[in-house]
Design a protein around this ligand. Structure first.
Ligand SMILES: [Zn+2]
Length: 348
């Protein structure tokens, strides 16, 4: 019997949704990055320390529930942890600027020699991976009995693009597809290893974010031929719930995403037809998470606009009301609270 029983309604709702049982009230939360500066001020857990210190990482993540009222929380606050551990050079960023990959081990074709395309044996001890695993254990103990905690990582396509550099990666998808296939295969191995360790450390689910897999970046044909089978291999080998987030206008690959075996899909505001996506997903008994605009509504609009957009999502039968993509650090806390208010208004 799972440990959420009799412990928390938030955890029960989350597991019920992911297990295809539906729920009475749709939860509000986040499965995408949420490094909100107002929460950094309130907790004192600021960037860049909150990206590198497990106690601060856990404090900032917990504030998404304790202060913003979210019922599902996601950490860490960037998607470069695995890339860094795999040997990519990172700009650690500042309070307002998210860490970014600036150096790529496979920038030149000779570097992507088959000898070099392998996951380091001590991957789980490298870079910030031990920090995220320790933050997972802290969160599990401190808020994990109350709210689901989601560990996020870059997906295999983003990781491959970090390894090669995005321009080189996109060029090689056309000119060197076999090499890209080998690199993505290795990246999936790394994602599986890391995701399973996050789950073993206490995460209720993992979410992979794969911006580079978006139809805005690569054609749906390449997605189907080279990426979909690898995403299927990911879900088959992950010992727990996994969620996929792909940015951009994902309508053309939704049927494929739904066949990959994820427990839920997360989509953003740039999708063309939310209702059709949700209806396709529900036919496959897959919940949909999203898709309140992060770059526009949550970042720069007022409470009333946020509430209106949240109601639209809920009326479209969204399963978990969430930011559509990663939150901008300057996003007002008031707008996160408005999401919870909108859901409360909608369900009472
Ligand atoms: Zn996104």
């Amino acid at each position: 019997m799972r440990d959420y029983i009799s412990k928390s309604i938030f955890k029960k709702r989350f597991y019920d949704i992911l297990e295809g049982k539906g729920t009475d009230i749709p939860p509000v939360g986040t499965v995408t990055t949420s490094p909100v500066m107002e929460l950094m001020e309130i907790t004192g857990a600021k960037r860049p320390e909150a990206d590198r210190d497990p106690v601060k990482m856990a404090q900032l993540a917990a504030s998404l529930h304790n202060t913003a009222g979210f019922e599902i929380i996601r950490f860490p606050f960037d998607v470069t942890v695995l890339g860094e551990a795999m040997g990519c050079e990172i700009d650690p960023g500042t309070e307002a600027r998210t860490p970014a990959v600036i150096g790529h081990p496979f920038k030149e074709v000779f570097q992507a020699d088959p000898e070099n395309i392998k996951v380091p044996e001590d991957l789980l001890k490298k870079g910030r991976i031990p920090v995220v695993l320790e933050a997972t254990r802290i969160l599990k103990k401190e808020v994990g009995q109350k709210v689901p905690i989601i560990a996020g990582l870059e997906g295999p396509v983003d990781l491959a693009s970090y390894m090669c550099g995005i321009k080189t990666f996109l060029k090689w998808t056309i000119k060197k597809p076999e090499l890209v296939k080998t690199i993505i295969n290795m990246c999936v191995d790394a994602c599986i290893l890391y995701a399973n360790e996050c789950l073993r450390s206490g995460a209720d689910a993992v979410v992979i974010a794969d911006a580079a897999a978006s139809p805005d970046m690569i054609g749906p044909d390449i997605f189907r031929k080279y990426i979909k089978p690898e995403l299927m291999r990911f879900t088959e080998n992950v010992d727990g719930h996994s969620i996929i987030h792909i940015c951009g206008t994902t309508d053309s690959i939704i049927p494929d995403m739904l066949e990959c075996g994820f427990s839920a899909i997360s989509i953003e505001e740039n999708v063309k037809d939310l209702k059709t996506i949700i209806s396709l997903a529900h036919k496959k008994n897959t919940p949909v998470i999203g898709n309140v605009s992060t770059s526009d509504t949550l970042f720069s609009k007022k409470e009333d606009d946020v509430i209106k957009e949240c109601i639209d999502c809920l009326e479209s039968d969204i399963d978990i009301l969430a930011p559509g993509c990663g939150l901008a650090p300057e996003t007002p806390l008031e707008n996160l609270l408005a999401m919870v208010k909108a859901r409360d208004d909608f369900t009472t």
